[in-house]
Design a protein around this ligand. Sequence first.
Ligand SMILES: [Mn+2]
Length: 339
Amino acid sequence: MNAPLPTAAPTRPFLDWPVVTDPAHWSADIALIGIQHSEPYAGDPRPNDQARAPDALRLASSNISFGPKQWDFELGGPRGACLPERCLDLGNVAWVTGEYADYASQISDRLRHLWRQAAQIVVVGGDHGVTIPALDALDAVGESVYIVHIDAHLDWREEVGGVTRGYSSPLRWASRKSWVKGMTQIGMRSTGSAREGEVNAAREYGSKVFTAEAVRSHGLAPVLATIPTNLPLYVTIDADGMDPTEMPGVMAPAPGGLRYEQVAPFLRALAERQRIVGIDLVEIAPQFDFANGLTCVTGGRLLLNAIAASWGTNGACRATKEARESGPARLSACRTTTV
Ligand SMILES: [Mn+2]
């Protein structure tokens, strides 16, 4: 395996975190990385609009969190007291050779490098195909991982036009990985690429599928009950899983989506109950966002809720790090409330 190449620096880092582009200097508790591209489908524009999302999200930083000292009412404290000391923005993975296979393996190499040092990884897409090289790299966690998937769509296509690593396939891809021990899929509604065969394949695999209507009727407690508490989690959030009134900037808007008021406390509850080793936010299409960047703000708030709860007073990542280093990682004044 070749040493990972440097990444491309963003002009504006996420939440003003230090930017480090040289993988030789990556040492982080939380590492955010932009992945702009996936395996393209014939006829789709290259690059697509979602490729602009990592920098659009970073640009919304001050509306996601005004500053490290400002009280955050969802986090129960200022974000500076919730997050660990080593939060890095690792820039965007550059498309260097023109070959998707090279790009994907560079991504997986970088993520493995980070997971081997027990970092919590935040991937910002890109379309939903960017989850695939992350799934490949999850073996570096060293334990089996459970997938939590938020999306309007099932994303279980084996291939589309011969392409197996595109945005319609990430959960099918996950089902093939020996280190993935199952998945819970939340927010399904309307239609996507899935046909009856894909729905049956997900059922046969044992995926726990919750429609958006089921979540609205019964809340998220039945969803939490399907997620094994003894496994670390990888959470993948497709922006179109959320309601388009709250995240309008998507390619495939579908009415009746999940609400921020449901999903933010759900993510905090997960992050306190068990380790979220990775979380991605994909499918933001900046061209359709409101002028005030609402889609990026809502998405960024979801990420911040998840990572702050992971490292706050009751956070599972914090507890794991303390146990590993046999001592308190850092005093934290941050106590989030959970569902
Ligand atoms: Mn998707």
